[in-house]
Design a protein around this ligand. Sequence first.
Ligand SMILES: Cc1cc2nc3c(=O)[nH]c(=O)nc-3n(C[C@H](O)[C@H](O)[C@H](O)COP(=O)(O)OP(=O)(O)OC[C@H]3O[C@@H](n4cnc5c(N)ncnc54)[C@H](O)[C@@H]3O)c2cc1C
Length: 419
Amino acid sequence: MKRVAIIGAGAAGCFCAALLREHAPELAVTVFEGGNRPMAKLAITGGGRCNLTNDFQGIRSLAQAYPRGERVMKRALKAFSQEDTIAWFTAHGVPCVLQEDHCWFPQSQDAMDVVRALQRAMKGADVRLKTPVISIGPAADGIYFSQRFAKNQIPSAIAMPTRNSFYVNDEEFDYVVVTTGGAPKGLPFLEDLGLELVPPVPSLFTFNINDAGLKALMGLVVEASVSLAGTAFKAQGPLLITDWGLSGPATLKLSSYAARHLAETGYTGTVLVNWLDSSEESARDALQETAARNPQKLVSSTHLLPSRLWNHLLAKAGLREDLRWAELGSKGLNRLTAVLTGDSYPLTGKSRFREEFVTAGGVALSNIQLNTLEARQYPGLYFAGEVLDIDAITGGFNLQAAWSTGYVCATSIMKSSVE
Ligand SMILES: Cc1cc2nc3c(=O)[nH]c(=O)nc-3n(C[C@H](O)[C@H](O)[C@H](O)COP(=O)(O)OP(=O)(O)OC[C@H]3O[C@@H](n4cnc5c(N)ncnc54)[C@H](O)[C@@H]3O)c2cc1C
């Protein structure tokens, strides 16, 4: 009987185990989990409701949803799409509902239903809790390289396995699927394999901005676009003003797009907010039109934005509270246009967003066959989920990556095991 080791009982690992148990019961599946519970993170996703996928409406290019891993996801989604996710969970007793914001959730609004469905489907797998994997490597005819030779003394003649098997801790397996999730502290158990790793950096965080005027607007949500001065990074969506700076989907999206850049700058720079999410030209036109229609009205009382925000921006543009539209003049118009479309704030750091946090980086995609997710150098060794250098913006895209890549690994193993 061929043996499959899955390393990590998270979303990707458990989905892969479930598919193998359902469609290839002739394979013996062992799941190694370092923690004391399977799918502990999945149980708290989406604030305990589990945003298990997205309908992808409004995503023009996949890179918008997957700043890293777009090419892999294009193939993986062809193999197992968001519709497949909904169909699979529905067929496994978890009917789902689509929200207006394009996010899919279980109808019960309970992430535990997703966890329980996976647990039922992977019945028969040998799940070993509190069993962290400390090393994985190729085994050639029963010889474990890392145990026989110091890392840099492996004789090159036998550095490639003569048959596809691997040791996991001290056991031998025919196939290994690594699904250990985002690894902010690196992947020491992969050291013996000599794979290229992309250094981990956080993604999906909020911005610390120390600005008293902005803080006074705490709680306000505006549809806007945010960008980083001097870069092409830009994101659009609801922007939430908090007591520490900026949050909400637009900020989280920008943090994802600029994750690596911001790690390099130490989370400093200048954040530009376009409060109207429009070009300078259209903003100017809108202001001129308002001025023409309301010449005698106070600028402060004819607001194009929520009044608290409007007054904050008028003050930033240096406009008097008792100024009338007729008195704005071209200088005033220029200053107001500039502040409405490019209001700048110094970024002083990042905060960890409680609800959603992923790691960019991991196993470099250059190591991986894109259609099977098998390591190029080690046939029989697969990777799925966040351990790969794949991560997404919020909205169910990260879990969809876990399902799709878990599916590709399971089907690749099934095909290979009957060849
Ligand atoms: C609070 C929170 C909420 C989130 N909400 C959502 C959401 O609603 N929608 C969405 O799409 N995404 C969400 N995400 C992101 C999503 O949870 C992850 O992208 C997804 O869980 C990744 O799946 P995975 O299987 O790759 O890794 P994980 O689910 O992280 O699982 C990895 C597993 O491997 C185990 N492991 C690690 N190292 C070892 C080892 N050496 N030996 C044995 N076991 C090991 C870990 O203990 C863990 O159980 C959220 C993330 C967080 C933190």
